[in-house]
Ligand binder design. Structure first.
Ligand code: GUN
Length: 179
């Protein structure tokens, strides 16, 4: 179990206007600034001024969202080691997450494996495979990919949302000064 991260975010979310919050934290959920907006509408207090505090509130907003909104956030994620990654078209966060897991260094065989798994997964579930890649290398990611392909759709939807909430928390931690 990791300890909660209690270092303060800057700017402090509880001091932000709606515009400031979406400007600074709107991209924590991939192409989905409405999650930050929903957090602001809900009410942000000093308890949300740390990565864990804000991550928990934003995660709650995603958990409480409609199933269409949840699917749209899942679909906003790029394929892992996919064509957009190779073409340099990812968001800054996705680029560094994918590179951090060594996905930009796949062999041709590994790229082909990712391409096959990305397509097979999307065909089966109707949304892309999402996993918080921090701390994983491409071998562990491929193993998780192969295993999750056998799940049913309800399990994968739930897992994707949990993983997206984890990704958002890591993104908030990486915003801390000096991280
Ligand atoms: N996990 C962390 N970053 C990403 C990403 O860019 N795409 C997917 N599919 N999963 C991720």
């Amino acid at each position: 179990m990791t300890l909660p991260d209690t270092r303060p975010l800057s700017p402090a979310p509880s001091k932000c206007s709606l515009e400031m919050l979406t400007h600074h934290y709107g991209d924590v959920y991939e192409h989905s600034p409405w999650v930050a907006e929903a957090a602001w509408q809900h009410g942000i207090t000093e308890a949300h001024d740390t990565p864990d505090g804000l991550a928990e509130l934003m995660g709650l907003m995603l958990q409480q969202a409609s199933s269409e909104q949840q699917i749209s956030v899942i679909r906003a994620h790029p394929d892992l080691a996919g064509k957009a990654a190779m073409a340099g078209e990812l968001t800054q966060d996705s680029t560094s997450e994918q590179a951090g897991a060594g996905l930009d260094q796949c062999s041709p065989d590994e790229f082909a494996r990712f391409e096959y798994l990305n397509e097979t997964y999307k065909e089966k579930f109707g949304f892309p495979f999402v996993i918080a890649v921090k701390g994983l290398d491409r071998h562990a990611i491929l193993a998780a990919f192969e295993a999750r392909l056998h799940n049913d759709i309800a399990t994968e939807r739930r897992t994707a949302i949990e993983q997206i909430i984890r990704i958002a928390r890591f993104r908030l931690i990486s915003r801390l000064a000096g991280s």
